[in-house]
Design a protein. Structure first.
Length: 332
């Protein structure tokens, strides 16, 4: 009989919080409760104030209460609650941790960017097929940070092993609040944001040899949303987006369009989650610059530009569940 454990993973980022309940065994992961996502904007103004706003905390607690109701109906062997960029930066994070522990009975684990990168890579590559050319560069573009993770060359680094990773302090919420203050943003604001983003990418490339990549895998709400828009979907369909290939040419066009689009027009697109409408342009700009810089680095490294990427619905949350489940199985 195959041994298994049932675990709940919670990924609390700068913009959204997600829950997934899964059964994990030696063969992989089987979802019991597929991903539930709530946009709570926990990182509201954290880049400026270094504190969680009271209303942001209440939104996060409301989502946690909803998750507690779900978990009451689906008993688990363990829960791992992971908090990332905004919580790393907030001076009053203990208040948040205490509130979550009171609701869910588990204390948030504030992980460093390097561990976030490792878990994102594990989740993103857990479903990669052999026809996808290695090495892979996984880009996890969040609200407050963006992780670049290189690995899986098939020789020195197996498909789920990381060679190098770097967490950049840029994301959809952070860039919007820091630079893109008009709606739509001015060309001067966009230029300032590009300079900021490029400086972070250049720093990251000092640690991550991104030019070695043969395949870019993009995960997170920004990437999957912009991919859905590039595909022409009128409503978001995760089954259509997961694993989809998108050319960089199409990505640049749709990213530029929505970056410069007024909010009233963005609201008419059902493909965009209402909680992302205000920050999707900032995320699209980060994504554009990462794609362009990685493609240039690949050409410099091996004379071939990367002209497309793969979108994945599997990322940090999947890595949290798989890693935690494996560790519980090993302990048994």
């Amino acid at each position: 009989m195959v041994k298994s454990v049932t675990v709940a993973g919670i990924d609390c980022g700068t913009n959204s919080i997600r829950l997934k309940v899964s059964r994990v065994d030696e063969n992989g992961v089987e979802d019991i409760v597929p991903r539930i996502l709530r946009v709570v904007r926990l990182g509201q103004d954290v880049d400026k104030t270094r504190r969680f706003a009271d209303e942001a905390l209440e939104r996060a607690y409301g989502a946690a209460r909803e998750f507690a109701d779900v978990l009451a109906e689906h008993p688990v062997d363990g829960i791992r609650f992971v908090a990332t960029s905004a919580t790393r930066d907030a001076e009053n994070r203990e208040e948040f941790e205490n509130g979550i522990e009171k609701i869910l009975g588990v204390r948030p684990e504030v992980i460093p960017g390097t561990e976030e990168a490792d878990l994102s890579f594990l989740g993103a590559t857990s479903i990669v097929h052999r026809e996808v050319e290695a090495p892979y560069l996984v880009v996890d573009l969040g609200g407050g940070s963006t992780e670049l993770v290189l690995g899986g060359d098939g020789v020195t680094y197996p498909s789920t092993q990381v060679e190098a990773a770097f967490s950049m302090n840029i994301g959809s919420v952070r860039m919007t609040e820091r630079h893109l203050k008009n709606d739509p943003p001015t060309e001067a604001q966009i230029a300032e944001a590009v300079d900021d983003i490029d400086a972070h990418i250049d720093e990251a490339f000092g640690t991550v040899p991104a030019g070695k990549a043969r395949t870019i895998i993009g995960v997170s709400g920004t990437v999957t949303t912009m991919t859905a828009l590039a595909m022409g979907l009128t409503e978001y369909d995760h089954t259509a987006v997961d694993g989809a290939r998108c050319t960089l040419k199409d990505a640049y066009a749709v990213d530029d369009r929505f970056l410069r689009m007024p909010r009233e027009e963005r609201l008419t697109y059902k493909t965009i989650h209402p909680g992302r409408v205000d920050v999707v342009g900032g995320g699209a700009l980060v994504w554009n610059r990462v794609l362009a810089k990685v493609s240039e680095a690949a050409y410099a490294d091996h004379g071939q530009r990367i002209d497309s990427f793969m979108a994945s619905e599997h990322g940090l949350l999947d890595g949290i569940v798989l890693d935690y489940g494996r560790r519980l199985l090993a302990a048994r």
